[in-house]
Design a protein around this ligand. Sequence first.
Ligand code: NDP
Length: 288
Amino acid sequence: NISGLTLLGLGTMGTALAHAWLAAGHPLTVWNRTPGRAKPLVGRGARIAASAAEAVAANRLVVTCLLDDASVGETLDGVDLAGRDLVNLTTGTPAQGRARAVWAAERGARFLDGGIMAVPPMIGVQEAGAFVLYSGSHDLFDEHRDTLAVPAHPVHVGEDAGYAALHDVALLSAMTGMFAGIAHAFALLRREKEISPREFAPMLAGWLTAMTSSAYSTADQLESGDYTRNVTSNLAMMVEGNATMLRTAEEQGVSAELLTPFMTLMERRLADGHGDEDTTGVIDLILH
Ligand code: NDP
């Protein structure tokens, strides 16, 4: 069952989505604020709409992939959405997702908010490991699941329209910490002529992969409420280790500013008398 759809927004990501749906044989109507970006898609079978309103009128399923939430509001301002199934793949915050769901309901549309966990070259490549988080109308999701599965594996994370953005940002936030750690690790080695970054990279990637199991033990501690459960490296020992990391940074002429915010929280938790935990207690310290 290959159904047609409309796509608003042909930036880098929107264009990748368009190519995936066209390659899978879905009739596609596209619109972009700057019309020139749609032209290369005509040869691939896309229909170009002259306005966002015309594009929305063409199909029940309407996907937006625009810069930010404000551009979604601007693009769909005054457009008749009654009876449409609106899927918003524009990155936003949980509150923006929830507000957009109310906004869509007021206009008679079913709504799904989405968060794309991929970069454009991964779109439509089934083995790339990409996925798209969705939250909001489960009925919409079930009905269009096959179409939504074309760009990347679809995962519905709740009826609360804010949950896709919340999961998305949680994953991106963890990734940001990882990027900071990778940057610091390479900085430590930077002045050593005998150590090649390319040779170090597989060791670093393998180490980080091995350490990801900490996500499971943290989850287990949070759900049980016992932060000392299955602790293999206790906080007292880790804070000692932090001192070694800071001294090494100094020896290598590297600023420790990427590390110190987390280390400071570890020290605070230790000072509060939780030396027998690992780092899960830091979560309680940063909750307002
Ligand atoms: P681009 O900057 O390449 O494209 C932005 C798109 O938004 C263009 O189509 C642009 O139109 C349009 N746009 C911007 N402002 C407005 C406006 N006021 N009214 C109408 N249209 C507007 O971004 P991407 O395609 O990379 O990203 C799109 C979304 O996908 C973002 O929310 C991004 O966070 C998300 N995403 C992107 C990823 C990536 O790696 N690229 C990864 C995961 C999610 P115009 O051509 O006229 O400028």
